[in-house]
Design a protein around this ligand. Structure first.
Ligand SMILES: NC(=O)c1ccc[n+]([C@@H]2O[C@H](COP(=O)([O-])OP(=O)(O)OC[C@H]3O[C@@H](n4cnc5c(N)ncnc54)[C@H](OP(=O)(O)O)[C@@H]3O)[C@@H](O)[C@H]2O)c1
Length: 220
C-alpha cells in the first residue's frame, strides 16, 4: 500500500519505519521539507532521514497524492491545520488513521483541549466528511504502537473507533501486521472520546512508573 504519514516526530517516524519494513511505500509529511531538513541536520530526525532514504520527506500538500492511507501523527493542536494543508480533495475516500492526542501544554501536565461531548477525531471527521477516519493507537507510546510484544506477552489492548466499517477492517489488518492481537472496536467515531480521555490517566501512569512502557488490558 502507499501510505502517507503526516508528522516528523517520534510517532510519525516510528510508524513510517515500521510500515516501510513491512513493505509498504511510505512518505513522511512535514510543513516545509527544506526547512525541516535544515533544522534537523544534527538531530535524531536528520539521522532518521539518512537511514530511511527510501522514505521521501514531502510537504503536506503533496504527501498524500496517490496514497491509499493517510496517518495523522501531528501535534493535536495542529492536526486540523496539517490535514487542511493536505487538502479535503486529497483526503476524500481515503482512510485517515488518527493517532494524535488533543493535548495542550501549559504549567504542569498537559491537559485535553477537547473532551466529554466531542473529540479530536470527531473534529477531523467533521472537517473532512469524505475522509474515512479511524482513531487508534493513541493510548500508548510510539515504540509499543509497532511492537506490542515489547511489553509483557504483548497481549494488551488497542482500540478502534470510526464510522466506516471497511476502513476499520483495513486498519485492523494493519494493526495485526504490527503484532496486535487484542484489537477492540469500540464503535463509531464518537467512541474516540474514551481513548482520548484516557490520556490524563496515561500521563499519571507514566509519572508513577517512570517509564512510557505502560499500556492497558481490558479484561472482559
Ligand atoms: N509521543 C508518543 O509516544 C505519542 C503516543 C501516542 C500519541 N501521540 C500523539 O501523536 C502525535 C505526534 O506526536 P509526536 O510526539 O510524534 O510529535 P509532535 O511533536 O506532537 O508533532 C510533530 C508534528 O506536528 C507538526 N506540527 C506542529 N505544529 C504544527 C503546525 N502549527 N501546523 C502544522 N503541523 C504542525 C510538525 O510539523 P513539522 O514536521 O513541520 O515540524 C510535526 O510533523 C501527537 O498528537 C501526540 O499527542 C504521541
Amino acid at each position: 500500500m502507499v501510505i502517507a504519514v503526516l508528522g516528523t516526530g517520534g510517532v510519525g517516524r516510528t510508524l513510517a519505519a515500521k510500515l516501510r519494513e513491512l513493505g509498504h511505500e511510505v512518505r513522511l509529511g512535514t510543513r516545509d521539507p527544506v526547512a525541516t531538513r535544515a533544522r534537523s541536520a544534527e538531530t535524531s530526525l536528520g539521522r532518521w532521514l539518512e537511514q530511511h532514504a527510501d522514505v521521501p520527506l514531502l510537504a503536506f500538500d503533496e504527501v498524500a497524492v496517490g496514497a491509499e492511507v493517510v496517518v495523522n501523527a501531528t501535534r493535536g493542536t495542529a492536526s486540523l491545520e496539517a490535514l487542511g494543508a493536505v487538502g479535503a480533495p486529497q483526503l476524500a475516500g481515503k482512510i485517515v488513521i488518527d493517532v494524535a492526542n488533543p493535548l495542550q501544554g501549559g504549567a504542569g501536565l498537559p491537559t485535553l483541549f477537547v473532551s466529554n461531548d466531542d473529540s479530536l477525531a470527531e473534529r477531523i471527521q467533521a472537517a473532512f466528511p469524505e475522509a474515512r477516519v479511524v482513531k487508534t493507537l493513541n493510548t500508548m507510546t510510539a515504540a509499543l504502537m509497532v511492537e506490542p510484544g515489547r511489553l509483557g506477552d504483548g497481549d494488551h489492548t488497542v482500540f478502534l473507533s470510526g464510522d466506516d466499517a471497511e476502513a476499520k477492517e483495513r486498519v485492523r489488518e494493519l494493526l495485526a501486521s504490527f503484532g496486535w492481537r487484542d484489537i477492540l472496536d469500540l464503535g463509531d467515531i464518537t467512541t474516540s472520546r474514551g481513548p482520548e480521555m484516557y490520556l490524563p490517566l496515561w500521563l499519571r501512569l507514566y509519572g508513577h512508573f517512570g517509564t512510557s512502557l505502560v499500556s492497558t488490558k481490558v479484561v472482559r
